[in-house]
Each structure stands twice: as C-alpha cells, then as structure tokens.
Design a protein around this ligand. Structure first.
Ligand SMILES: C=CC1=C(C)c2cc3[nH]c(cc4nc(cc5[nH]c(cc1n2)c(C)c5CCC(=O)O)C(CCC(=O)O)=C4C)c(C)c3C=C
Ligand code: FE2
Ligand code: FE2
Length: 336
C-alpha cells in the first residue's frame, strides 16, 4: 500500500535560544590587532568620551599588539575560547531537553561570533524565548554589564522580539563552587609539604573598582565559598590579581608578587584561576608559562595550576539550574 502523507498534527516544541556570553579571542594572528582595538574601544573598559576614547584605544591596542601576538603565537595562533564555550553551551542545553528544543548560541564581546552575528542567527531560528547566560561567575561592569549592553544593541538591530531573560552573576553558585573544590582536591599534592592555595583572578583598574564595581567583593565571595567547601583545617589561602595590561593602578596584590612571596616563605603553590571558566591565553600562557617561570626563579618548592571548570558536570548542572530558574521567573518580576 502506498503511504499517504498525513498533515503534521504534532505541536511545535517550545524553542529556547540559550545565548552564552563570553569575551572571545582572536582566531588567527592577524586578528590580534583588531581584537585589541575592539577591547579598548569598549566604553566600559576605557572610560573616556567617544573621540578621545577612539584615539586612546588605537594607541593602547597598538602598544599591546606585539605582546599579545606573542601570547597567541604560543597558543598556535588562535584562542581556544570559542571551541570551549561551544562545548559548554552543548553541555548545558543537553540538560534542558525536557523544556523543549533548547539550542545553544555563543555571542563574543570582542571577536567573532559577535553579538550582532548571533542575534541574526537567532532571528532566523525564531525562538519562543531567549535566555542570556554571561559566563562570568563574578559580576563586573567590564564584563557582565558590557556584554549585556552589547547584546541589547544587537538584539534591537536584529529585531528580536522573543521574551528575553538574563541570568545574573552567581559567585557562590553551588555547582560552580562544587566543581572548583573538586578540581582542587584532585590537584592537591599528597607529598605532606607546606602548600598555599592562591586564588588568582583577572585584575581590574582601581578607578573602575572605586566607581563601585562589585567584582573584587564577588571574587572574595567565590574564594571563601570554595575554602568552606574544601573544609581543610588551617588552610593557608590568599587572593591575587593577574593580567594588568594598562599603565594605571590595578587591583592588588598582584599574582606575580604573591608568587615571589611564596618563594620567600618556602611554600608550594596551588593556583586556582577563580574568575575564568575555560582555558585561554590567561591560563595557558600567563599562568602556565609566565607565572610558572616566576615561581621557578623565586624558588617556589612546587607549583600546581588547577584547571578551569570547563564542562565539569557540577558546573554544567549549576548553569542548567540557573537557566531553569530564569525561565520560571515572571518577566515582569525580572524587569523589576
Ligand atoms: C583594561 C583592560 C582589561 C580589563 C578591565 C579586563 C577585564 C577582564 N577580562 C576578563 C577575562 C579575560 N580577559 C582576557 C584577555 C584580555 N583582557 C584584556 C584586557 C582587560 N580585561 C586584554 C587586552 C586581553 C587580551 C590578551 C592580552 O593582551 O593579554 C581573556 C582571554 C581571551 C582569550 O585569550 O581568549 C579573558 C577570558 C575578565 C574576567 C575581566 C574582569 C573581571
Ligand atoms: Fe581581560
Ligand atoms: Fe593576561
């Protein structure tokens, strides 16, 4: 018997676009210059009026380009951040299948895929709802607020009309903390020597902190939650800040300073990159090569760098739970 085509009676499943927001990184060496110009043109990063900012951005980017090119050359010419962010998106979406068709998208702040490109792809897919998930455990005006503002412009230009929910920072999210603590336990040396746990977070110019940025407080909240989860009696732990890239005063203590201090104190170091959730130039080059070389020169007896949470099941489960909570929130309530 020939089969007879039947009209589709199945209701269309709820379509949810899950948008992961991240910094982004150059995908080839020639992209390093334009990537840095985008970085320093962000009004949240260089807080000067338009024309002046454009000039300063070009100047700082020009000065930084040779250093950054060398960093990305050591990574094989490109940042691995996009591949990892995509893997995180797939992992979170896979936990949300019962909600409907959840499709992960990535919008990067300073390199492709830009928010404008992602917003166009989302418009073509016509979701019923959109959830914005900034991949910054600690809120900063320079990261979270900048990414959300960038998204808003892109979404308006693309004519996105689907209801949109945004997930806030969760520096003590139980999944993030459990994942980080588990990775530390796994890396902790069993040699009986003296060790110091050093939480290292991306730094911030002091002027931005003095203008009210809550980032250093959030970093402390994350570190204290991890220390509590570890439950190691008399644990020697500290927080430091890395990645100073402009001549202004930045948050202290500086990571390299703390590494030299560990050399003087003759304690081994276990470094935890607490503000990054994937591997990229800041971890693979700055920590694993540059900071490690400082530790060797300072006579630090042992140096261990804990991996970032990546697609750790506890972290992914924590993110999925945040998405569920956001979707269950009344949009009016969210706007309030
Ligand atoms: C004034 C400059 C910068 C501020 C403020 C800043 C804040 C900030 N950044 C991250 C996370 C990442 N930054 C990364 C690289 C990077 N950051 C800056 C400058 C500032 N960041 C530059 C110029 C660069 C490029 C690399 C370099 O020149 O050293 C990255 C890695 C990107 C990649 O390689 O894929 C991340 C991630 C946070 C969390 C943060 C504020 C809290
Ligand atoms: Fe940065
Ligand atoms: Fe850096």
């Amino acid at each position: 018997m020939p089969s007879i085509a039947r009209p589709a009676l199945v209701a269309r499943r709820r379509r949810i676009a899950l948008v992961l927001l991240q910094i982004g990184g150059p995908d080839r060496l020639d992209a390093v210059g334009p990537f840095l110009r985008n970085f320093f043109s962000d009004p949240e990063i260089i807080r000067l009026p338009g024309l002046l900012r454009a000039g300063v951005a070009r100047w700082i980017a020009h000065r930084r380009t040779p250093v950054a090119r060398e960093i990305y050359r050591q990574l094989g010419g490109a940042s691995p951040i996009l591949l990892q962010t995509r893997a995180q998106g797939r992992a979170v979406a896979a936990q949300l299948r019962d909600l409907g068709e959840v499709r992960p998208f990535v919008a990067m702040r300073y390199w492709h895929p830009f928010a404008a490109e992602t917003a166009e792809s989302i418009r073509a897919w016509q979701p019923d709802e959109i959830v914005l998930l900034p991949l910054y455990p600690q809120y900063s005006t320079t990261t979270t607020r900048s990414a959300l503002a960038d998204w808003d412009v892109a979404a308006r230009r693309a004519g996105l009309v689907a209801p949109t929910r945004r997930i806030g920072a969760a520096p003590a999210d139980s999944g993030f903390i459990a994942a980080q603590a588990e990775l530390i336990r796994r890396a902790w040396p069993g040699d009986g020597g003296r060790h110091r746990l050093l939480f290292t977070a991306h730094g911030l110019p002091l002027s931005i902190v003095q203008a009210g940025d809550p980032y250093p407080d959030h970093v402390r909240v994350s570190a204290e939650a991890v220390v509590a989860a570890l439950g190691i009696p008399d644990l020697d732990w500290r927080i430091a800040f890395q990645s100073r890239v402009t001549p202004q005063a930045w948050l202290t203590p500086d990571t390299e300073h703390e590494v030299k201090q560990a050399g003087q104190d003759r304690v081994g170091l276990v470094l935890v990159p607490i503000a990054f959730v994937s591997e990229h130039s800041e971890t693979l080059v700055e920590l694993d090569r540059e900071v490690r070389a400082v530790a060797d020169a300072a006579g630090v007896p042992s140096f261990i760098r804990v991996p970032t949470v990546g697609v750790h099941p506890a972290y992914v489960a924590g993110l999925a739970a945040q998405v569920r909570r956001a979707l269950a929130t009344d949009l009016l309530q969210e706007a309030a």
